[in-house]
Design a protein. Structure first.
Length: 359
């Protein structure tokens, strides 16, 4: 790789991309990945908007990465060069207190040791999926994925891994449990798929009018209830469909602090609320914590996916042909900003499911 360069779309500051080239340096450990596709998530939209106040710029966004191993140092990762892999979004140093506690938010690098979230001032700069090459840190976790899957479709492994972690692992979902998902974006749809596969008895999902294509797809994917929260009362719709309150409520809305109220109100007493979305600079107003006490709720914050979640997702992707249509929009690298605008719904919402940058 010596002497090679990588084109990248660098987010210099919120809402200002710059097409840049980085020299690919010699590294002492880890390796390099030739990126094939990178999915665009709601958190990428927030980083672009500047509403995630923990981020430091400049950075190369993109954490839903699929590519082929281009080079490694000393047979790192024990996977042959040329193998197509999904790279877990978060990097684990394995030695910090968070890693030793089994959390996914390693604090070895700031603000967080994760792809698409590290500033490019951190050597060797190439930490994001909106670039031709990615540095494979020795703490990166790779999952081989079949060549038969189109690269953009393979980026959905990331959402599926999150969906599995947040609806099955985190709340310790049991067969026949009921799950309400707030937000029908890629992670909401992935959570629906994972919950159904895990044997959930009922899965409902709520969205807004602009999510109509996603809600239609949710129905096709087996949702027992879909509701447009602009047109119908979510609580009433859940009561009509389920006849009870759900054991688990997952918040994967984007920029919606009110979803916390909905989740706490609608979950069953003794149930679990999983909050997996960043509210950025927006506070949850008028939150009275007594509801958590009096309903004896389990409230969990969730960041990133477990390796078991990725393992499940990579296997599931190969056997579920319904996932082929989940990536609705693809853009080349130099149109990364349009890709983010598309994911944000700023280019129109028609037939919007999930977005990827392809190489
Ligand atoms: Zn760590």
């Amino acid at each position: 790789m010596t002497g090679a360069t990588a084109k990248a779309m660098l987010l210099v500051e919120p809402q200002r991309f710059s097409a840049t080239s980085f020299a690919i340096p010699e590294v002492e450990a880890g390796g390099w990945l030739a990126i094939e596709a990178t999915g665009v998530s709601g958190s990428d939209v927030q980083i672009w908007q500047g509403t995630n106040r923990f981020m430091r710029y400049p950075l190369i966004p993109g954490h839903e990465i699929v590519g082929r191993i281009a080079s490694v140092v000393d047979e790192a990762f024990n996977i042959p060069i040329g193998t197509r892999v999904v790279v877990e979004s978060t990097i684990r140093c394995g030695a910090c207190r968070r890693c030793l506690s089994g959390l996914h938010s390693c604090a070895f690098r700031k603000p967080i040791n994760a792809y698409g979230r590290l500033p490019s001032t951190e050597p060797p700069s190439l930490w994001g999926g909106f670039a031709e090459f990615l540095y494979l840190d020795p703490g990166a976790r790779l999952h081989p994925i079949s060549d038969n899957i189109q690269a953009p479709v393979a980026t959905f492994t990331h959402a599926l891994a999150d969906g599995f972690t947040w609806t099955v692992e985190t709340p310790a979902l049991r067969a026949e449990d009921s799950v309400l998902i707030l937000g029908p974006g890629p992670r909401g749809l992935a959570a629906l798929i994972a919950a159904k596969e895990a044997g959930a008895g009922w899965v409902g999902i709520s969205g807004l009018t602009e999510d109509s294509d996603r809600l239609t797809l949710a129905k096709e994917l087996g949702a027992d209830m879909v509701v447009d929260a602009r047109k119908a009362d979510v609580a009433g719709s859940v009561a009509d469909s389920l006849g009870a309150r759900p054991e688990v409520v997952l918040d994967v809305t984007r920029d919606d602090p009110d979803a916390i109220h909905t989740a706490l109100d609608l979950v069953r007493s003794g149930g679990t609320v999983v909050i997996a979305s960043i509210k950025g600079v927006r506070a949850v107003n008028q939150l009275f914590s007594d509801i958590i006490v009096l309903k004896e709720l389990n409230v969990r914050g969730a960041f990133g996916a477990s390796s078991a979640g990725y393992h499940w997702a990579a296997q599931h992707l190969e056997k579920d042909p319904r996932l082929d249509k989940l990536v609705s929009h693809e853009f080349p690298l130099d149109e990364a900003e349009r890709a983010i605008e598309a994911a944000a719904g700023l280019l129109g919402h028609e037939e919007l499911i999930a977005v990827a940058v392809t190489f």
